[in-house]
Design a protein around this ligand. Sequence first.
Ligand code: GLP
Length: 258
Amino acid sequence: MSNNYSKHTLLKSPTLFSNAEQASLYTAKQIAELILEKQKQGLPAVLGLATGNTPKKVYKELIRLHQYEGLSFHNVVSFNLDEYYPIGSENDQSYTYFMNQNLFSYIDIQPKNIHVPHTDSSPDQITQYCLDYESKIAGFGGIDLQLLGIGRNGHIGFNEPGSSFDSTTRLVNLDSITREDAITDFGTLNKVPHQAISIGIHTIIQAKKILLLALGERKSEIINEAINGEISIQVPASILQTMPQVEYVLDNEAARLI
Ligand code: GLP
């Protein structure tokens, strides 16, 4: 589907690295620099955080910077992109669990500043829960830096193909490709939830800076489509082509087809 969004005329080239390690170190450095800059200004650094395999090395480096180079996260406020629904936060496939295991347990972020869109609410209360999540982000003045991965179907967060570019935080149905990809985590397809709570595409593109990190050959086709293809809700990440604050951070394998 085409629409009235046009490609940003000054589109920057992707930032390329020879391997996943280098791309991840660069990404962590961007995040650390923002945190330090905000500390100098006496302000919170509002981070939008992602899950999945892609950001794991970024988080590892942030932990190293905290443990060995004195980087403090005391001024960091975090908002995660998404969470399966329903899922208990103690479930080891939940994104709450993932974030604790891969980052939060090892840094000095204040627990009150951590936000992962998890809810025990009944389905009729979710709309309000999602509105509240949006209000909290807005209450901190919006996201300063959003870290994104990309799904093989072009999703960002859990904004699956067909998601409106105007979407905000809401309950979504998961695409079949997304559920298949999650089998490696859940074991079997019937254990993979059918739904998730995800911040919207509109929410994401309001971020002041967006780093889309893609690593490995598996992402090469969708990265090419997202960067060079038509802007379409069928490839949710394609909307980022129009956004000057977006930086694509790729390793050589993910960049193979661009
Ligand atoms: C999940 C997450 C996305 C993430 C995507 C890619 O679907 N909800 O935010 O970007 O997976 O995952 P991976 O980095 O493991 O390829």
